[in-house]
Design a protein around this ligand. Structure first.
Ligand code: ADP
Ligand code: ZN
Length: 753
């Protein structure tokens, strides 16, 4: 760890014995980004303690290591006798140059920790996600002409003379820039510096983020759009908390409209945050942002390079990143002055983090907005039932954009009954869908096939004995990825070659691929439509963000006739020439009895369908299904979203399920099944006994083995106002987990795997 700028020299525990009434030292709380129960106490010399106000970022000793932490607010009741005596405490080592965390951010950390039942340090770790960013940025070394230098003093070579000329009236420049402008090698510059002709100066590195141009005009809005844009802008200028559900059909201009809320925040001199799912595939969104604001926003997600993350973290903290677009973790950036939060595609499941701290970025965005007294806008064409119920109950404002922009119509949706119109054996496209595709492609149109399954086939089995190739670490089949000549587990990443012999019956080359993935579909399409320009788009076939951008551009420019993809094609894209969408297996998401299976399938298929007919040509969607009478299919075909959601809401309310009741899951896992079961039984014996709280389980999780860990689940169900966290906290405190078993709490679970 580099030397800290503001360390306190000479301060150490050896400085003297401390009595509890010592006046020359102060006790401070420091929260460390580690899963500890709470903040730890440290000492600071009294004269320095003034600098160590809550939020200050400090280095402290922990064991034999130096750690970075944050001065935390000391709870009032802490002045009791339980404190560690002063004499046992260690001194803070020093303060780091990074800006302190604001009170709002500290409250947010505590709030998220309390809600999700995770240690506050684990949440703080998400805030301090770029430890290098906490040190002062490396200053740039630049050169200027030495004040007392006179060109006459030394006979200059032509190269040296060019350098001096460049600096004659220009600002200082870094060596590489100077060398380039003067067309000389680096050695010339070093030579001049050692001869005393040049002087070094240090410069603040420039912000890598361009300033948005607020003078640019908004688009010409329709009356509906204009009214909503004005409303969102007014809410943002009001500098107060508000929550709004922006509910409009695909292609209605929601993005253009919420840009006005961003513009309003920028006019207030504040920052804006946009949370987007699938951010790595959002090239079109960035184009539109640039068109509206004349500069790119700062981007935050896991694939951003370490140097860029460091710059972005700092720029969020010093306010020079004015608009940040990110995946869910962007919510934890240390904003200097956040003025509005937009959650685009608010219904999207990827806003729920399923590892580490289990939180919903959508829900926590609302909390963050509330703590920071700013507006939050939840945006979707297919809002979650949670948000709709909040809107209907008056907790959120509800704004509607019922029509597509520019008079484009929503696509017609046709259900293809696979029982009556089955595909030929070993194929997946029904004769009817084949005919629709032929018609579209032959008339020079563009089509898309959607199948939410990566790879070639989801299951490989032995024809002789029926043995199925399973992942050794997970309750999951190995997925055939023929393009890479191997099988992969989609849960733990385990890979294997297809064995020649069946490990069970020893039969030779007896494997059968069962069911389709997009790769297999592409094979079928190649036979049926050899002349169409085809492409596959799935998260694993796009090797880089650039490859994704390129493919999206090719589709937009109609250099591709037939696009075959997984859910990455479903979201956000605007393909103006696309008129036909074929959903190969509309029933896929309905299997499995998950609480939200119907809602989610409806949302996904609405999004996919929404890719068709966005410009002047009308769109048509074919849904292949074995259950055309299913309420989800009927709602899609009839465009009856609200009726579908009302029915869904009614059945959830009757069952006391979210959003009308609360759920929490307890997931126990460990490498030894017996130890996990023993702890599960122990918890079951002391489960809370309360007529208002239903405790289901323990039961093996659907993924009873995941990454080599055996998993058991409890599910808790309680009325909406029930103090569920407190009940779980008491329950778990009564049975501390053994070392080999991990207990995770998932509040408001979204997945039940
Ligand atoms: P949504 O976010 O609701 O799917 P978009 O904001 O993507 O809708 O709008 C769909 C398309 O219509 C985009 O290409 C967008 O630029 C365009 N558009 C929407 N509103 C306007 C407007 N008022 N003026 C010009 N173009 C618009
Ligand atoms: Zn696996």
């Amino acid at each position: 760890m580099p030397a800290r700028q503001a360390s306190f020299p000479g301060v150490s525990n050896a400085a003297g014995r401390l009595d509890d009434d010592a006046t020359n030292v102060k006790r401070v709380s420091v929260l460390l980004p580690l899963p500890l129960a709470g903040a730890y106490d440290y000492l600071a010399p009294a004269d320095i303690a003034e600098q160590l106000t809550p939020g200050a970022i400090v280095a402290v000793p922990l064991g034999s290591k130096e750690r970075v932490g944050v001065i935390w607010d000391r709870p009032e009741e802490c002045a009791s006798g339980e404190e560690v005596p002063l004499a046992k405490l260690k001194f803070v080592i020093g303060r780091l140059p990074a800006a302190p965390l604001s009170e709002v951010q500290r409250k947010f950390v505590d709030w998220v920790a309390g809600y999700t039942l995770t240690p506050p340090g684990a949440v703080l770790k998400m805030v301090l996600s770029v430890p290098d960013a906490l040190d002062a940025p490396t200053p740039l070394i630049a050169y200027r002409r030495a004040d007392d230098w006179n060109d006459e003093d030394m006979r200059l070579t032509p190269a040296r003379a060019r350098v001096m000329k460049v600096l004659q009236d220009g600002p200082p420049r870094v060596a590489s820039e100077l060398a380039r402008e003067a067309a000389v090698g680096a050695s010339v510059i070093h030579g001049l510096a050692s001869a005393g002709a040049l002087e070094q100066v240090t410069l603040e590195p420039p912000s890598p983020f361009g300033a948005p141009d607020l003078a640019r005009p908004s688009p010409v809005f329709s009356p509906d759009q204009g009214a909503i844009a004005a409303d969102l802008a007014a809410k943002t200028s009001a500098r107060a908390y508000s929550a709004t559900l922006l509910d409009g059909v695909t292609g209605s201009g929601k993005t253009e409209v919420y840009f006005e809320a961003i513009a309003a925040a920028l006019k207030e001199g504040r920052q804006a945050l946009v949370l987007l799912p699938e951010i790595a595939l959002s090239a079109q969104w960035f184009e539109r942002f640039k068109a509206r604001f004349g500069a790119a926003p700062a981007v935050w997600h896991s694939e951003v390079s370490p140097a860029r993350r460091r710059a972005t973290w700092r720029a969020a903290a010093d306010g020079s990143a004015r608009v940040i677009v990110g995946a869910r973790s962007a919510l934890f950036l240390p904003f200097h002055d956040l003025g509005v939060i937009i959650v685009d595609e608010e219904h999207d499941g990827s806003f729920k983090q399923e590892e580490g701290v289990l939180y919903s970025a959508r829900d926590m965005a609302v909390v963050r907005a509330h703590l920071g007294a700013i507006p939050v806008v939840l945006v979707s064409a297919t809002p979650s039932l949670e948000s709709l119920v909040n809107a209907q109950g008056g907790r959120y404002a509800h704004l509607h954009l019922p029509d597509r922009h520019g008079g484009a119509r929503l696509p017609d949706i046709e259900l293809i009954d696979l029982r009556k119109n089955p595909p030929p054996r070993g194929q997946w496209l029904s004769p009817l869908l084949q005919a629709r595709l032929t018609q579209t492609l032959e008339s020079g149109g563009q089509a898309m096939l959607f199948l939410n399954r990566r790879g070639y086939a989801p299951l490989t089995l032995c024809r002789t004995c029926g043995h199925r190739l399973q992942c050794p670490n997970c309750t999951a089949w190995m997925v055939d990825h023929r393009g890479r000549s191997r099988l992969e587990c989609h849960h733990c990443g385990h890979v294997m070659k297809l064995p020649e012999k069946c490990p069970s019956c020893n039969a030779d080359h007896s494997w059968a691929a069962c069911g389709p993935g997009v790769e297999r579909l592409a094979e079928e399409a190649a036979i049926l439509f050899p002349d169409a320009r085809r492409a596959v788009m799935a998260s694993d076939t796009l090797t880089s963000a650039q490859a994704a951008d390129d493919l999206v551009r090719q589709v937009t420019d109609h250099e591709i006739d037939l696009l075959i993809g997984t859910q990455v094609v479903a979201k956000g894209h605007h393909f103006p020439g696309l008129t036909l969408v074929g959903v190969v297996d509309a029933d896929l998401g309905l299997a499995g009895g998950d609480l939200r299976a119907g809602e989610r399938t409806f949302q996904l298929l609405t999004q996919v369908s929404g890719r068709a007919g966005r410009a002047d040509k009308p769109g048509h969607v074919c849904l292949q299904t074995y259950a055309p009478e299913h309420p989800v299919m009927q709602a899609l075909a009839q465009g009856a979203r609200d009726a579908f959601l009302a029915a869904e809401a009614e059945s959830r309310e009757a069952a006391g399920m979210p959003p009308y009741g609360r759920l929490a899951a307890l997931i126990l896992s460990g490498p030894d099944a017996a130890a996990v079961d023993a702890h599960a039984r122990r918890l079951a014996r002391i489960a809370p006994n309360d007529p208002n709280l239903r405790v289901l389980g323990p039961a093996p999780a659907p993924m009873s083995l995941l990454r080599g860990r055996h998993r058991r689940r409890f599910l808790l169900q309680a009325p909406k106002k029930y103090a569920l966290q407190a009940a779980i906290r008491r329950w778990l405190a009564a049975a501390p987990e053994p070392a080999a078993v991990r207990v995770q709490v998932d509040m408001d679970p979204y997945s039940f795997f």
